[in-house]
Design a protein around this ligand. Sequence first.
Ligand code: HEC
Length: 145
Amino acid sequence: MRFAVLAAVPVLLFGLTAAQATEDVRALVKLPEPMRTHMLANMRDHLTALNEIQTALAKGEFGKAADVAENRLGMSSLASHNAAHMAPYMPKAMQDTGTEMHRAASRFARAAQEAAVDGKLSRPLAELSQVTQQCVACHASYRLH
Ligand code: HEC
């Protein structure tokens, strides 16, 4: 009996996951092909940057974490991401989420620099979660293909 109940758990979980996967409620944002490829490459670099930031924080390298955040995700990264060129293709709410991500990354960079003084991770981590919150929010609402 207990086995039967346990055996049903993965089936139920799988069922739920499958239902979510077949109902994609994200809005499709149509970009010209070169821009789409460029944006996805930027996205992969966002993830690489997050990973580098976490590695630096774990080693107490606050200055490095700040530099990666500012230059790859923060307000200083807008030009390299062609943000102004892409923005007109995106719904306003999506643009706002992107802008908020860049702002949050710059706030994180400042918090990381300040934390170098006492080595405390709590503020930088709180600011970093504001960055990833924007990744999550945008991914929940939009798709490119
Ligand atoms: C303004 C919206 C927005 C923000 C902010 C955003 N993304 Fe994305 N990201 C997207 C969209 C749209 C896609 C394409 C999803 C799809 O078509 O299924 C995507 C795709 C990706 C991919 C897959 C790339 C590929 O090659 O398929 C990665 C990795 C990714 N994002 C990482 C991140 C990370 C990490 C952050 C935050 C630091 C982030 N993104 C912030 C909109 C955003």
